[in-house]
Write a protein that binds this ligand. Structure first.
Ligand SMILES: [Zn+2]
Length: 339
């Protein structure tokens, strides 16, 4: 299957995804909870789009992968492109504007954060991402097109148990006014606060209990954003050449320049939640903990993950139980988008 952009989700595919979830939830009625299974995609699925920074056309294909593979990126456009780049914080090369991971400067892939967010939130454990450019397509600047691909491909349960990284004690990192913390928690949760000295954004805060259904309903469609003053600076530096009102909210003081305005009144903080979920996914497993971000960034979130992993007394690996990722009901992205 191949898609360019977002269109209606097939009812059959959504049903199949819901069925996988339902299987995972059978355990809630028994006295001994049965851990969730790992999942992969039912079939390969492709899309094309524009690279945010290069401005060039990018093709991306998500392939099913064996259990315990995790998320692996593979560049098809360079010599030695069959090298596999695991989506792990230890491979982050740069996270100033977007997250770039790689084995080295050549064998690297950028702008992975929105796909990573969609994969972990939708419960895709194992996938190989083939891409023919140095960055993923930006699509509409949100995670919704990637959720759409996952919904269309469908998920299959695998025999291995899904593992989670359970936070055992608080870990905090900070940089200037920014702070990011992970606390122990029975279920995954994200709290985010932003404070931009720009009238259209200002102070926004959100508390989000992570589940696939809530991600689709509340987070996936929130787009990335930038200030109009930053665009000229990025272009001068040869960046954001593919950036446009089609793939980012552009803010000028109190004004939103996008013709259709915002998708949510607090779309900015929702997108920061989306980014944080994608950044935390670079732990290599879903994090069972409570994340609190205050003005945090990709760079600080990556530092948080590395700091957590560097302290073996701060975490442990556990089997993930269904009640730790409540996913009752699966709203179709198409239905959410139509609201
Ligand atoms: Zn983002």
């Amino acid at each position: 299957m191949a898609f360019d952009g977002l269109s209606a989700v097939s009812a059959a595919d959504v049903t199949s995804l819901a069925a996988v979830r339902a299987l995972s939830h059978l355990s809630t009625s028994s006295s001994t909870p049965v851990p969730m299974s790992q999942t992969t995609l039912k079939t390969s699925i492709s899309c094309t789009g524009i690279g945010l920074h290069t401005g060039k056309k990018v093709s991306m294909t998500l392939h099913p992968a064996a259990e315990n593979t995790g998320v692996i990126f593979r560049r098809t456009d360079i010599a030695g492109g069959n090298a596999e780049i695991p989506a792990l914080a230890t491979h982050v090369l740069d996270s100033r504007l977007c997250t770039v991971i790689g084995l080295n400067a050549q064998q690297s892939i950028g702008t992975i954060e929105h796909l990573m967010s969609a994969l972990v939130a939708m419960g895709v454990d194992n996938v190989v991402v083939e891409v023919n450019a140095p960055e993923l397509p930006i699509m509409d600047g949100s995670a919704a097109p990637f959720v759409f691909l996952i919904e269309c491909a469908g998920l299959v349960a695998q025999s291995a148990t899904r593992k989670a990284l359970k936070v055992l004690k608080p870990v905090t990192v900070s940089h200037g006014m920014a702070e990011a913390t992970l606390l122990p928690s029975a279920t995954p949760r994200i709290d985010f606060e932003i404070d931009f000295p720009v009238a259209a954004i200002g102070q926004q805060a959100m508390t989000f209990s992570v589940s696939s259904s809530a991600f689709v309903a509340e987070i996936a469609r929130a787009r990335t954003f930038c200030l109009i003053d930053d665009i000229a600076k990025m272009r001068e530096a040869g960046l954001a050449l593919g950036g446009s009102l089609d793939n980012a909210i552009v803010v000028n003081g109190a004004e939103i320049l996008n013709e259709d305005g915002l998708r949510y009144s607090n779309e900015f903080v929702r997108h920061k939640v989306l980014d944080a979920i994608g950044d935390l996914a670079l732990a290599g497993k879903p994090i069972l903990g409570h994340y609190i971000g205050k003005r945090s960034s990709h760079a600080l979130n990556t530092t948080l993950v590395k700091t957590l992993l560097a302290d073996p007394s701060a975490w442990t690996i556990v089997d993930m139980l269904p009640e730790e990722i409540p996913a009752a009901g699966l709203p179709s992205l198409a239905r959410v988008a139509a609201q």
